[in-house]
Design a protein around this ligand. Structure first.
Ligand SMILES: Nc1ncnc2c1ncn2[C@@H]1O[C@H](COP(=O)(O)OP(=O)(O)OP(=O)(O)O)[C@@H](O)[C@H]1O
Length: 965
């Protein structure tokens, strides 16, 4: 045989051996039960994970190229999911080969299992056969080699002895994939700036130098690399070394079910567990994290054996507590011969948990996730007992064998270590009676009452989020209810709710201090664990204020927010997008929350067709809770309305109330078809403020006429309707009279005959109609836009300041130096150069003013103070007035001390229009330019009292009311 052929042959044998070794290693998932003789086969349990390409920019925001990349990616936000076997495939539209992939994902989301499945599929010849060698490493294992020196070839030989046997000493000519799982667990100093360059795979050096050079592409540039990490640790790798970032997002709904069906072979048991999980929204949503599914499966399997239903664990901490309880019970019943009903915290179990907690904590502090016998001895665990633990407590502690000469141990999952570490802290540091040994005092936490605050600070300072999950558990364990679950183990000294409240406050201060999105999200999780009722509001504020910038959040961070919102157990009855961020981006990302809400308010949110498409899918989904939707004041085009109509017409749609604005008459046709569709459950339709005109109403009447239309209330207020429109409505209703109860035609011009036609229906016993509104009618209502709501204002001379002079038939106010001789009046502003109008507004009103100099155009409650120069008097500084400030420099708006300059004020015109809809709580300002209205700003609020228009007039300034009638 020639030399080359021999080499080929050896290589094939080596690959074959490597594959069988890997098959053996990865065919079972380690879930602690293997020792009990019941291994879980990876292929049997593996459930497809949802993986997406994930906003690479977050790795390092400063990096210019990345920013460009992020920007270009943003244009197409549609998420594409990536199949596990295609992890190295370039996404469509990207030509260059992908060398390094980084996969991020939160704790327990399935990164390790994913790499194992990838490797197993390769080893079983099922996928990626272009790869000649796959070398899966974990940082956990590599950490142990910190002090040692190897060449790359030696490192591979050490882990994959088959390659050594085949004397492989070069990988240059092969397609090789290196997998490095768990960067967050890495304790090697990866220094990309100061590490010497190494190109020779046979040169010996420390493992961190090897890795740095491999990742930088200096060493073995032809190899492909796959690194997985929890998100907070991703920034250890220079962004330019990573070609593609993906995110594991866990299980989507059908996969959650699939998981439980795979785990519980008995269909009935699986169905019972699934339906049980579905009864708790938070539990169901938490099950998108596979490790949580596993823990839930373990817990519910036990819990449901003994009782039907009952309270289900709702938070992460609760679930892990149950898990611990179940494990202890199993140990007691199976191995100690105890009975189900015995207290599960026998002195031995307690001692064992304490010792395990100590190991967990101390090793977490040191950053160790694999421990030696000596570490266990130090914590009072004797080695023989340890093997009993790992035998008995297999689901908590496992014995790792294989590569190491010494016996090593680790927890079955890092999250279990993090939980036990928190439990240890709870048991040791918080109990005031505990006297710490000097060596235990290195930790700042023991310092008494600032305990939780120190813990928060510590976690925030940890650069790669090592203590994030630990902190969540620690917070969870401070809850009285959780301590009760651990009665007998944890002393019931309990933190008082006052301490918890202080912690909540402290966390909120930290959230407001502009911490990174990852850290904020973890702090939200902590609030959730603390059962804090204002959590949702806190998230809203962070988004609204821009502290959490909607365009900088990665898809996974958004889904974390959704997760927190949904699992908060807070009533999500009404979802008001403006409270979060009035943007399409926010809507699309928060869609699962929309789906879980009953009433969804989306008015004035700059929504386009993209939102319509997404909403349409929510509408047609059987599982959606959405019943009421307000889409008014968005610039929806016909195409958008069409998309929405498809959802409205779908058989699954159970929407009852809809409020929106139709841009064009064609949209009426689409809506009309919804009304006449058999499956439509629409009962309330509010089309107020639409320029529908008679022609639009005519089209709509076709739907109203249909026997399938069961609309009960219809508002066409301010829709430019005249007599003709009324007659179409009357004719439609006479064909289908038995459903509509309320018809609002206010702010239209139905004329006497229109009113007569419809009023006749009120009397008709066949008609169900019992309320007809035709108030505020008149020809002026036929003007398009807000001008139809024009109202005549009258300045209140009793309020006018003495430096303001009236002219032009009391329509104009000018600031003057000389005092005017107005009589004393309690309503008069005596220090601020202001005045109010007489009209107390309660409905919809529109007016225009002309101004010069510096003028505030405001609306205010009547109670505004008149005396003195305090904040309560000035229109800008209180919560009962809303103001547009106009000056040559531009416009700004102000309410309750918060002033915002308007960027669109580059061209200032001296005419301003104001439109207020008091019941709807909206106040809009426009600039008037050659008769067209240019929107400046809208305040959305709730007006609790009648509003009085008013003005502040600066020196050498004037303002006058325009005559519009
Ligand atoms: N695709 C999957 N199918 C079935 N079970 C899974 C899957 N992925 C994960 N699991 C379950 O979840 C557990 C945790 O998964 P894994 O260890 O892969 O998470 P991880 O993302 O690596 O977590 P960490 O960041 O904490 O290390 C597994 O032990 C297994 O029980």
């Amino acid at each position: 045989m020639k030399q080359e052929e021999l080499a080929d042959c050896l290589q094939i044998i080596c690959r074959h051996k490597l594959k069988s070794g890997l098959k053996k290693k990865f065919q079972c998932v380690f879930e602690g039960i293997s020792k009990a003789g019941n291994p879980t086969l990876l292929n049997q349990i593996y459930t497809e994970l949802y993986i997406t390409e994930g906003g690479t920019g977050e790795v390092n925001e400063e990096h210019e190229v990345r920013q460009i990349e992020t920007a270009s990616r943003k244009q197409d936000r549609a998420e594409t999911s990536i199949r596990q076997e295609d992890i190295f495939k370039a996404p469509p539209g990207r030509d260059q080969a992908i060398r390094t992939v980084m996969t991020k994902g939160v704790a327990g989301i399935g990164k390790t299992v994913l790499t194992q499945k990838f490797t197993l599929d390769w080893a079983e010849d099922k996928a990626n056969q272009d790869i000649e060698f796959t070398f899966p490493f974990t940082f956990r294992e590599l950490n142990v080699l910190k002090e040692k020196k190897f060449s790359l070839v030696e490192l591979v030989h050490l882990f994959f002895t088959e390659t050594k046997e085949a004397a492989m000493c070069s990988f240059d000519h092969f397609q090789v994939v290196f997998i490095f799982d768990g960067l967050d667990e890495c304790r090697l100093p990866l220094d990309f700036h100061n590490t010497e360059v190494l190109t020779d795979p046979t040169e010996s050096t420390s493992v961190d130098v090897l890795l740095t050079n491999l990742i930088r592409g200096k060493l073995l540039p032809s190899a492909r690399l796959w690194i997985t990490t929890r998100p907070a640790a991703a920034n250890q790798i220079l962004p330019q070394c990573v070609d593609m970032v993906t995110e594991v997002r866990g299980f989507i709904d059908p996969q959650k079910e699939e998981y439980f069906r795979k785990r519980f072979r008995h269909e009935e048991q699986a169905s019972r567990i699934i339906s049980h999980i579905k009864t708790s929204r938070s539990l169901h949503i938490m099950c998108h994290i596979p490790v949580f599914c596993w823990i839930t499966a373990t817990v519910l399997e036990e819990v449901l054996k003994t009782r039907e239903g009952g309270e289900l664990p709702k938070t992460l901490t609760e679930m892990y507590i149950h898990f611990l309880v179940v494990q202890c019970k199993l140990k007691k019943v199976k191995y100690d011969g105890g009975a189900e009903s015995d207290p599960h915290w026998s002195p031995e179990t307690r001692k064992m948990i304490e010792s395990l907690g100590k190991v967990a904590f101390e090793q977490l502090q040191k950053g160790n996730l694999i421990f030696y016998e000596s570490d266990l001895t130090e914590c009072g665990i004797d080695i023989r007992a340890a093997s009993v633990y790992s035998g008995v407590f297999t689901q908590i502690f496992k014995e790792e064998t294989g590569l190491y000469k010494d016996k090593v141990f680790c927890f079955v999952h890092l999250s279990v270590q993090e939980f036990l570490a928190a439990l240890h802290v709870r048991l040791t540091f918080i109990d005031p009676g505990v006297i710490l040994k000097p060596e235990e005092r290195y930790w700042p936490y023991w310092l008494g009452n600032k305990f939780y605050e120190c813990a928060v600070d510590e976690a925030l300072q940890s650069p790669h989020g090592h203590l994030d999950l630990f902190l969540r558990f620690l917070m969870g364990l401070s809850l009285q209810t959780n301590q009760t679950l651990l009665r007998g183990l944890v002393a019931q000294t309990g933190s008082s709710s006052e301490t918890n409240q202080k912690t909540v406050q402290y966390i909120k201060t930290k959230i407001s201090e502009n911490v990174s999105p990852e850290k904020s999200i973890n702090l939200f999780h902590c609030l959730n664990e603390l059962n804090d009722g204002s959590l949702v509001e806190e998230i809203q504020q962070s988004l609204r204020s821009g502290r959490l910038s909607t365009d900088k959040l990665s898809p996974a961070q958004w889904s974390a927010l959704v997760f927190i919102l949904l699992s908060s157990e807070k009533d999500l009855d009404v979802f008001d997008l403006k409270k979060y961020s009035a943007s399409e981006e926010a809507l699309l990302r928060l869609l699962p929350v929309v789906k879980a809400s009953n009433k969804v308010l989306l008015s004035d949110c700059n929504l386009s067709d993209r939102s319509c498409e997404a909403l349409s899918s929510v509408l047609s989904s059987q599982s959606s809770s959405l019943r009421d939707l307000d889409l008014s004041n968005n610039n929806l085009q016909d195409s958008g309305v069409k998309l929405l109509s498809a959802g409205l017409e779908s058989p699954g749609c159970r929407l009852r109330g809809l409020r929106f604005v139709l841009s064009r008459v064609q949209s009426c046709e689409a809506l009309s078809s919804v009304l006449s569709s058999q499956s439509s459950s629409l009962r309330d339709l509010d089309l107020s403020n639409n320029n529908l005109q008679d022609s639009g109403v005519k089209l709509l009447s076709v739907g109203l006429k249909s026997p399938h239309c069961e609309l009960e209330t219809l508002s066409l207020s301010g829709c430019l309707l005249s007599e003709e429109g009324c007659s179409s409505l009357a004719s439609a209703l006479s064909s289908n009279p038995s459903h509509l109860r309320e018809l609002d035609l206010s702010y239209n011009h139905p004329g006497d005959s229109g009113v007569k036609l419809l009023s006749a229906g009120l009397e008709d016993p066949d008609w169900r109609l019992d309320t007809l509104r035709v108030d505020h009618g008149g020809p002026q209502t036929l003007r398009p836009g807000p001008r139809k709501y024009v109202c005549e204002l009258e300045l209140d001379t009793n309020t006018i300041h003495r430096n303001l002079k009236l002219s032009d038939n009391k329509r104009k106010v000018t600031r003057v130096a000389e005092y005017q001789s107005y009589p004393d009046h309690p309503d008069r502003f005596n220090n601020c150069p202001q005045l109010l109008c007489r009209n107390g507004l309660t409905g919809r009103c529109y007016w225009e003013v002309e101004w010069r100099g510096l003028v505030y155009i405001s609306v205010s409650y009547r109670g505004i103070r008149r005396k003195g120069y305090s904040d309560d008097c000035l229109f800008e500084y209180n919560d009962h007035s809303w103001t547009l400030m106009c000056s040559k420099g531009g416009y700004s708006v102000c309410h309750n001390y918060r002033r915002t300059s308007l960027s669109s004020s580059s061209s200032v015109s001296n005419r301003v229009a104001v439109y207020v809809d008091c019941p709807a709580g909206s106040l809009s300002f426009y600039r008037v330019s050659s008769d067209s209205l240019i929107h400046l700003h809208t305040f959305n609020t709730t007006f609790t009292e009648p509003l009085y228009p008013g003005f502040f007039v600066g020196s050498r300034s004037s303002v006058s009311l325009r005559k519009l009638y």
